[in-house]
Write a protein that binds this ligand. Sequence first.
Ligand code: SF4
Ligand code: SF4
Ligand code: FES
Length: 305
Amino acid sequence: MSTPVPIPRRKVTVRIDGTERAAAEGSTILDVCRDAGVEVPTICWAPTITPVNACRVCVVELEGSRTLVPACSRRVTEGMEIRTGGDRVRASRRMVLELLASSVDLSRAEADILRWLEEYGTDPERHGPDRARVSEPVRRHDELYVRDYDRCVLCYKCVDACGTEAQYTFAIAVAGRGFDARISTEYDVELPESACVYCGNCIGVCPTGALIFTREFDLRESGGFDPEAQAVTTTVCPYCGVGCNLELHTQDDEIFRVTSPDDHEVTSGHLCIKGRFGFEYAGGRRREGRTEADPATDRDESSSA
Ligand code: SF4
Ligand code: SF4
Ligand code: FES
């Protein structure tokens, strides 16, 4: 199959922190910064999801604009002058990160978020012990995934992945207003009674650990989660002929999480229930205490299936 040749896009010239850059028309400020090797923090942005401007941690200064602008969604135009690291930008990002960390538990957030909390000098504790905190019970209904909304920053990624950006199931949305806003199923029914099809695409995009594989949740709760002992193996989903790439995250040869690469041309990082959660058979022999193939037993098992 031949690869389609992309339509060339007109170039515009912008300045990022004083350096001139050529950028394809339609690119965002974030695209140009990334191409230039300039880091801009993001939380609600994802490469496979249309920006919703929910977090505002990506703000930059734009010459001529009264307010800071979100880099993840603002498209570049000819002659833009952008500054990414001034005091005003840093203060704004620090405030966003600090207020999020003061109201929810970010201890299981993506490594970049944890690093930005440090680099921007956040101090959530200075808001005092009586500050408002999100307090939700851990929701665990099955062995597939856990919802731990004490860690939710309302980035909307899960809602969008469940909706028009990937799954078109619309099982979840944001309910409530202000501090009471939260992710909810329709009429707040329990997940098994909702429209959820357990594709896990919401888990795949959640940046904070609020949505998490049950196995990973248990591993972390037990204190045994050890990144040093972990590996990621890329393979192909065995369940059908579509050929989705799977990344199997393992610790001590046990799978605790399954993802797919964001840039995979079939999945764009999204999977179905089989690819995402259908790994229980792997490692079964070891869990049963059997280490070597036993043709006789295996034949018996397959004939009784
Ligand atoms: S598992 Fe899939 S269907 Fe269920 S809430 Fe998440 S994205 Fe929606
Ligand atoms: S559950 Fe995760 S993905 Fe969904 S809004 Fe909260 S932080 Fe974002
Ligand atoms: S990453 Fe740009 S608004 Fe959230």
